[in-house]
Design a protein around this ligand. Structure first.
Ligand SMILES: [Zn+2]
Ligand SMILES: [Zn+2]
Length: 265
């Protein structure tokens, strides 16, 4: 029964469960043969590994939790390469509980509105012309959460630069309706962000818009979110002690148990 399930599950997903886009540099964990982008699963092992104080020579699959000791990649029909997992626990203490929470937020739809954030009013009232002092920190954190990298400055500068120049070039007397401005803004941000966050771009753009429209600082915004969604998003998908659901496993990091991701906030 196990084997049958496995062979069917590996063919079901053509997209990477971590970035939700088509797989780049196909790679597999050596025990369960779940498929990921090479860079995605590599990042993931770094993050998980960094949470342990001792060195680990295995990684738990984000989908099925089986322990693998290597990543297989570069399979060309006859040969392959293997990346052995030895974790040095230095880097990436940056990935806090909040990062984890935010990442999970990207896998669930928040519904129409969060708190009393009114996105359309933001556009109608021309509030978008005012710069937002928390935007840099907020975007940094979101990108860190999404790509599980600590150093995201270049990406963040790139996105904020595009937003700034859009704002500057936006003709004050332009006759575009607020709805059209909104569309223009969102597709501009999506174009800029897509190469980095791929399958999560649309959700990111919506989140960004919501954050801007809220006019709140990061802490207050997070509070509104937690009030709306609850702190434990994982409860509405899979519980830790449940059988991992092969057909619906698409929130990586859900398999982080609390010992994997310690409270270092
Ligand atoms: Zn990927
Ligand atoms: Zn697996």
């Amino acid at each position: 029964m196990d084997q049958k399930e496995e062979s069917s599950s590996s063919s079901v997903f053509d997209s990477c469960p971590i970035c939700l886009s088509s797989i780049l540099e196909e790679s597999y964990l050596d025990q369960c043969f779940h498929k990921f982008c090479y860079s995605c699963i590599l990042q993931w092992t770094k993050i998980v590994g960094s949470k342990h104080c001792s060195r680990q020579s295995f990684v738990k699959c984000p989908l099925c939790k089986r322990k693998s000791s290597s990543i297989i990649y570069g399979y060309d029909g006859s040969s392959f390469q293997q990346h052995l997992i030895y974790q040095n626990s230095d880097n990436s203490v940056f990935f806090t509980k909040t990062h984890k929470y935010r990442l999970q937020c990207y896998y669930v739809e928040p519904g129409n509105s969060i708190g009393n954030i009114n996105v359309l009013r933001y556009w109608k009232s021309n509030k978008y012309r005012q710069p937002n002092q928390w935007l840099y920190s907020w975007v940094s954190r979101e990108i860190q959460a999404l790509i599980q990298e600590k150093d995201v400055d270049i990406i963040v500068h790139h996105i904020l630069g595009a937003i700034d120049s859009w704002r500057r070039n936006e003709p004050k007397a332009s006759k575009l309706s607020p709805e059209l401005k909104q569309q223009e803004f969102k597709s501009m941000v999506a174009d800029v962000a897509k190469p980095f966050i791929r399958g999560r771009t649309d959700r990111f753009v919506n989140e960004l818009e919501m954050f801007l429209a809220s006019g709140l600082n990061i802490e207050a915004y997070d509070k509104v979110y937690v009030n709306h969604m609850g702190w434990k998003i994982s409860e509405i998908t899979t519980e830790d002690d449940e059988e991992p659901n092969e057909r619906n496993p698409l929130i990586p990091f859900l398999c982080f148990s609390d010992e994997d991701l310690d409270e270092n906030t």
